[in-house]
Ligand binder design. Structure first.
Ligand SMILES: [Ca+2]
Length: 355
């Protein structure tokens, strides 16, 4: 009888949680077109369904939703319009890979107009097996959140500025940069220090840098990349980056560390091998739970309303990303009769909750 109750309870878990993570079509914001990318049905342009992320971008839709799968392609954002590319079910299930040639999976190109709005948002992917994981080219503008960027040949994210009147802008939040073979994030304003600090902006929050082969966070110039308005860096954690957590210019104070930087702290991921199969959700005893940046209001909080957890499974975008009871949908208030006669129906009542 114990086995039967367990089986029924498992059914309850699935039914309760299914609305939270099943691959349903996400709603499209009012008044805009959305493209849907999935590998399990034929492409149908009339229904805005495509088989590759590149084709989804080519549809001109400003929102591209990507269903679970391993996407072996080079995703290049458009240079003249803004696009949000977002996974439906999160980075454990949705991968963009560099493939056999280890090309860079995601590129934010040089933009062609003087604008200070981001031209690209990337939300909820694992980015792996590339030369760089993500390259932000000269005056590219990139917002990256809820991503796992791991095991790329050079840097997890490489961002450049080579000297012009246009800004290179990079914002990274609630992401994990691990096991890259050079730096986790590499900021590269190539010019000398005479540019006044206005041409490169970076915002890094709520992220985890683990076991990168050189630095966790690297800055190529021993000079300021700007004042606090141009560089904000807080509430992030570092663990076992081979050459150091941050390189010398950072420790010299030219990049100002904000509050909540934790160094040499084991994040306690659920499973963190090299190669496919990593699971960088935080265990219940992780010291990085509730250590992220709350922001100026509740907008940065976790789906359960608590303070932001560092990493790719914290923050407001994580609502749909939990796929098992480990740190994910939970069943509470289970009411089941302790004794049931053979052949009688058994009713189990429970409350399902996404954290
Ligand atoms: Ca939390």
């Amino acid at each position: 009888m114990r086995a039967i109750i367990s089986a029924l309870l498992f059914t309850v878990v699935l039914l309760s949680a299914s609305h939270a993570w099943a691959s349903e079509y996400p709603p499209c914001p009012a008044g805009v077109q959305c493209a849907y990318v999935r590998q399990d049905v034929p492409a149908d342009e009339n229904a805005n369904i495509y088989n590759t992320i590149t084709d989804g971008i080519s549809s001109s839709a400003p929102f591209v939703y990507v269903f679970p799968g391993i996407y072996d392609e080079q995703v290049t954002y458009p240079a003249t319009r803004s696009v949000t590319i977002k996974s439906v079910d999160g980075p454990l299930l949705t991968v963009i890979s560099g493939g056999a040639t280890r090309r860079t999976p995601v590129i934010f190109p040089t933009i062609t107009a003087t604008v200070n709005t981001p031209n690209g948002r990337l939300v909820g992917f694992t980015i792996t097996n590339g030369t760089y994981g993500i390259e932000v080219k000269d005056h590219g503008q990139a917002f990256i959140s809820s991503c796992v960027i791991e095991e790329n040949q050079l840097d997890g994210i490489f961002a450049a500025w080579t000297g012009s009147a246009l800004v290179t802008s990079i914002a990274v939040s609630n992401s994990v940069l691990r096991l890259n073979q050079r730096d986790g994030i590499s900021l590269n304003p190539y010019s000398n220090c005479s540019y006044g600090g206005d041409m490169f902006t970076a915002a890094i929050h709520n992220s985890i840098f683990e076991k990168n082969a050189r630095y966790g966070l690297y800055h190529s110039r021993n000079c300021s990349i700007g004042n606090a308005q141009r560089f904000s860096f807080s509430h992030s954690a570092f663990y076992q980056n081979a050459a150091g957590n941050m390189n010398a210019p950072l420790t010299n104070g030219t990049l100002t560390k904000g509050p909540g930087i934790l160094e040499d702290v084991n994040p306690r991921f659920v499973n963190s091998p090299s190669g496919f199969g990593s699971d960088v959700r935080l265990q219940a005893n992780s010291p990085l739970l509730d250590k992220g940046w709350d922001g100026v209001n509740a907008a940065m909080r976790d789906p359960d309303g608590t303070r932001n957890d560092m990493g790719a499974f914290g923050g407001p975008e994580a609502r749909t990303y939990f796929i098992s009871p480990v740190d994910g949908p939970t069943v509470r208030e289970v009411i089941a009769p302790s004794v049931v006669r053979q052949g009688e129906p058994l009713t189990v009542r429970a409350t399902g909750a996404v954290r």
